[in-house]
Design a protein around this ligand. Structure first.
Ligand code: SF4
Length: 370
């Protein structure tokens, strides 16, 4: 089990959130060496934070709790963000690692990262009611894997071993898929003799590193064909483009996101590769080490695709305390994609005469999961 249940959190009018770790005793801002005669400022990436797949997955759990009541089981972290998981736990969601931890006949939500067909079968055997919150852009990759395998291709999946999305995709056609994690593995991987070879990828990788990996594979296997469209999703790409733009002008880049969030970790790497003098990932503003601010005039700020905006605002408040009061937005794209709620949930909400929109209370969602 990933997080303890707090079913009582759903019944009262107020929700008790987990007690956060005590913040460290902070330095006085005057103890930080400031650069002489240079204005301190923040370059704030846009887009940043929640993508359409994460938004849909989080609302799915919230609406499931509202409609069915607690407990609602969730297989794996619904999205890779500590704050989101802790908050939903406090509202009555019970996070488990595997479906066999869910009591027979109960309801389970599958996370945004997707599951293999074997997980669907296990859930059916246990008579579980399932709600599949797999991001539609992950489902697209699953469908590609199924189609290419059916058409006799050997599939090279570029992705990271052990990531839930990769496990789910590989489970669609385990006999046909070979995992390649990086350029080093592309140089040494052995591929079974086949006339048909195609690559697909995890949705949350570094665009540049993936293309390096694919270039090496293409040199070694000239028959390698590409998928019809990008598998690295729009949100991952957009957040990387924005951080590439601000990184050359930043002494320090701070990425809000969890350690197990692939796209958040990639943002730190991309910032460093594109000129940031330093870059760090934090889950919460309280994790920032003020030593990082010495001689820093410009701080770049962004957040991964599973991060509520409230956590970025907390970081901006902390930065303001240290004199970084000017905030300039670095905008590289507009995003307005929205996915409808999972079919099973929509159907139950509709039968009950309830709204099936994934907008909370009809309002635009800014996801203040506090
Ligand atoms: S990061 Fe991309 S693939 Fe993952 S949930 Fe968001 S939109 Fe979907």
């Amino acid at each position: 089990m990933i997080a303890p249940a707090s079913p009582s959190g759903t019944t009262g009018t107020s929700v008790t959130l987990p007690v956060p770790a005590m913040p460290r005793v902070r330095k006085d801002p005057s103890e930080i060496r400031s650069p002489e005669g240079v204005e301190k400022k923040v370059l704030l990436a846009a887009p940043r934070g929640y993508c359409a797949g994460v938004d849909r997955a989080v609302i799915t759990v919230e609406k499931a709790l509202e409609h069915y009541g607690s407990p609602v089981y969730v297989r794996k972290e619904i999205v890779h963000n500590r704050h989101v998981v802790d908050t939903l736990s406090a509202q009555g969601a019970i996070f488990v690692d595997e479906t066999d931890e869910v009591p027979e006949g109960e309801r389970v939500v599958f996370s945004a990262h997707g599951v293999s067909p074997a997980v669907h079968s296990e859930a059916a055997e246990r008579n579980l009611a399932t709600i599949d919150a797999t991001c539609p852009l992950v489902t697209k990759v699953h469908k590609e894997a199924v189609r290419f395998a059916r058409d006799g291709y050997t599939i090279i999946l570029v992705g990271h071993a052990g990531h839930e999305e990769v496990e789910g995709t590989m489970g669609e056609a385990p006999e046909a898929i070979v995992l390649v994690q990086n350029p080093e593995e592309a140089r040494t991987v052995e591929i079974p003799e086949t006339g048909k070879l195609v690559w697909i990828s995890q949705t949350t990788l570094s665009v540049d590193e993936t293309m390096q990996t694919v270039d090496i594979l293409k040199e070694r296997f000239p028959a390698l064909t590409s998928p019809p469209s990008d598998d690295i999703c729009y949100a991952t790409q957009n957040r990387q483009v924005a951080v590439k733009k601000l990184a050359p002008g930043a002494d320090l880049v701070l990425v809000v996101g969890s350690a197990n969030s692939s796209n958040s970790v990639r943002l730190v790497e991309v910032a460093l590769e594109h000129g940031a003098k330093a870059a760090h990932r934090v889950d919460f503003a309280r994790e920032v080490d003020e030593e990082w601010f010495h001689d820093v005039a410009t701080v770049g700020v962004t957040s991964g695709a599973s991060v509520p905006e409230s956590l970025v605002q907390d970081l901006l408040k902390l930065l303001a305390d240290y004199g970084f009061t000017t905030v300039e937005e670095v905008k590289t794209a507009e995003e307005d994609l929205m996915f409808s709620l999972p079919r099973e949930l929509r159907s139950d909400l509709k039968k009950a005469g309830l709204k099936t929109s994934n907008k909370k209370d009809g309002a635009d969602r800014d996801h203040e999961l506090r």
